[in-house]
Design a protein around this ligand. Structure first.
Ligand SMILES: [Zn+2]
Length: 230
């Protein structure tokens, strides 16, 4: 009966692939089989590419950067990321995180990373969206990699308009300084932490979030993202 109900529901409201919008069959989840096999992977964990690594050169001391998919404007990956962020699909973020986690499993990162956390969103943004996609990606990764998750490590501060105006006099860097603060230093000190976000473009946000962790005594930073533009 339940099966029939789902079948009927699927006829009335067909579930579609988040990446190419073809109708999914009953066994497909979020992505169609074709997209599952053809999404452009970076394979940066097998063949490290400095096109990804160099985004942090001279800016943030990163132990390693892993990005799952190649991001191109108007491509399949952009569609996927859009769904993950704006279509109220926290479970898609967990699914993608878990999938990437299983691909990274061979690296045995559980021996090198102590905990995983997502880049925090502004509280107001999170309230409107209903969730922080980075934390859900981090949750999926944490489950697949068997590395503890702690989404409370970092806090993203909100600035009043006058504060933003005042600090903008000092240029971009000063402007983003103090955006993130560590909630509890004792949870960070001496820890090797993987910082997770959905997409790596300029790396500016990850850079300041990572810097806040290092300033609080974190010993190593790893960056893990679902996509990277390069
Ligand atoms: Zn598809």
């Amino acid at each position: 009966m339940k099966k029939l109900f789902h079948h009927l529901l699927n006829i009335i409201y067909p579930r579609t692939c988040v990446s190419c919008e073809t109708v999914l069959n009953a066994s497909e989840k979020h992505l169609c089989v074709n997209c599952l096999y053809t999404l452009p992977k970076t394979d940066s964990h097998i063949l490290p590419t400095d096109l990804i690594e160099r985004k942090f050169w001279g800016k943030l001391n990163v132990k390693n950067t892993y990005s799952f998919l190649k991001f191109t404007k108007k491509g399949k990956v952009q569609k996927l990321l859009h769904a993950l962020k704006y279509k109220n699909k926290p479970e898609l973020a967990e699914y993608m995180g878990f999938w990437y986690g299983t691909e990274l499993k061979a690296l045995e990162l559980e021996h090198r990373i102590d905990l995983i956390t997502g880049v925090p969103l502004h509280k107001e943004k999170e309230r409107i969206r209903g969730y922080n996609q980075a934390n859900h990606l981090a949750k999926g990764l944490s489950e697949a990699l068997k590395i503890p998750l702690d989404t409370e490590i970092l806090k993203r501060n909100t600035f009043t308009e006058s504060q933003t105006r005042r600090s903008s006099r000092f240029g971009r860097f000063k402007n983003i300084e103090g955006v993130f603060t560590v909630n509890d230093r004792s949870k960070v000190e001496g820890k090797r932490i993987a910082l997770v976000d959905d997409v790596l473009t300029t790396g500016a946000t990850l850079e300041v979030a990572g810097a806040a962790l290092l300033e609080s005594g974190c010993s190593e930073i790893y960056i893990i993202t679902i996509a990277s533009a390069y």
